[in-house]
Design a protein around this ligand. Structure first.
Ligand SMILES: *Cc1c(COP(=O)(O)O)cnc(C)c1O
Length: 378
């Protein structure tokens, strides 16, 4: 019998999603508003805690775009962004006609290096051009060194946008990722920790910002009986149908976090006696990762395997693995922009690999993965 493909991270339904969708159908609220949208926002606000006001949107990318607009980022402004990330963190900077400045990672969390960040800000201020915003990412669910990053953003009074697209359920010193910055963003794309098939959210610190985000996301309609517009509008609101999936998924979010964390332990167990392979783990007990994806780093001097060889070995067994994100400063579209740092993110890209991490992995599938890995390493 043919093996079923094992995906890197696939949707995992909890059971009640269709109930909420049926409610939307029964009420004929098949629109970008309605009780599922409001309910999903309430669920997220409750989950993130006190100072979070959430606007449900069509994607995480839309949420980053609106965060930049709410931060008043305009043409030729400069926005600092973590280099080691998915392109969706940086693309909205270009939508605004602004310029990204990329910052290297630090070794412990693979996220933005606070030292290079501060150095770059000081250089820019010396030249008379203070960056308008900072976009920090919690990559693969691992919280960034957020205390240091928040301190820098406060010291220089620069808006902080926290890309928590991969980090719903992660926390730092007990505080949830997405709640540290002036804005947080979440994604519910198909492969994320919970999914609405496609969707995202902007996490605001106050009701006023949330309302303004919803205003922009629904075509910036002025308060008038006719359609009147004084600002550019966007069609970025979440639909009431997919918000129903989100409500069902919120019921199982904590279970999914636990299952993904178990996956990470599973890989630690496999690799603990294998020289040259390191599983990406939390640097200290301050960090709590949802381990959205479990990743390894391979030192090819100590083992006969390299990331690409292992990826192909797994692929031959119908198991999906994937290289780490290729840093933005190495991407053709972003190459011409400024970069501060050395080679940490580049080295991670060249030596790392993401392994299957779905919360729906079965025991049999884990056994297949383990067998294939050990075959590849031998
Ligand atoms: C998925 C992701 C996004 C974008 O979210 P979408 O909902 O797919 O638009 C942004 N940043 C990071 C780091 C992501 O992984």
């Amino acid at each position: 019998m043919q093996n079923k493909k094992i995906w890197l991270s696939s949707p995992h339904m909890g059971g009640n999603e269709q109930k909420y969708i049926k409610e939307a159908f029964d009420a004929n609220w098949i629109a970008p508003l309605g009780s599922n949208v409001n309910g999903f926002e309430k669920d997220l606000e409750k989950y993130l805690g006190e100072n979070s006001k959430v606007a449900a949107l069509s994607s995480g990318t839309a949420a980053i775009h609106l965060a930049l607009i709410l931060s008043n980022v305009q043409r030729d402004d400069e926005v600092i962004c973590q280099s080691m990330t998915f392109s969706a963190s940086a693309n909205p900077i270009l939508y605004q006609g602004a310029k990204p400045i990329f910052i290297d990672s630090e070794k412990d969390t693979w996220n933005m290096c606070p030292i290079h960040l501060e150095k770059m800000i000081e250089e820019k201020i010396a030249k008379g051009k203070k960056p308008k915003a900072i976009i920090v990412v919690h990559l693969y669910g691992m919280p960034a060194k957020i205390d240091e990053i928040v301190a820098v953003s406060k010291r220089y009074n620069i808006i902080l946008i926290e890309d928590a697209a991969e980090a719903l359920g992660s926390s730092y010193k007990g505080q949830k990722c997405g709640t540290f910055g002036d804005f947080g963003i979440l994604s519910f794309n198909g492969n994320k920790i919970i999914t609405t098939s496609g969707g995202g959210a902007l996490v605001c610190r106050n009701q006023k910002d949330k309302e303004k985000a919803i205003f922009y996301a629904t075509q910036s309609r002025d308060d008038a009986p006719h359609y009147q517009h004084s600002e550019i509008g966007y069609n970025y609101r979440m639909s009431n149908v997919v918000a129903g999936i989100g409500r069902g998924q919120m019921e199982v979010l904590d279970d999914h976090v636990k299952l993904r964390r178990d996956n990470n332990k599973f890989y630690q167990e496999i690799f603990k006696n294998i020289d040259g392979v390191e599983v990406f783990v939390e640097p200290s007990s301050d960090f709590y990762s949802n381990h959205w994806l479990s990743c390894i780093k391979i030192d090819s001097n100590l083992t006969n395997i390299n990331p690409e060889k292992l990826r192909i070995t797994l692929s031959d067994e119908d198991i999906e693995a994937r290289p780490l994100w290729k840093p933005m400063h190495l991407q053709p579209i972003f190459k011409k922009y400024e970069y501060a740092g050395s080679k940490i993110s580049k080295t991670l890209f060249l030596t790392g690999l993401c392994l299957p991490s779905g919360s729906n992995l079965l025991i049999e599938e884990k056994n297949r993965i383990k067998k294939a890995i050990l075959k590849g390493i031998k």
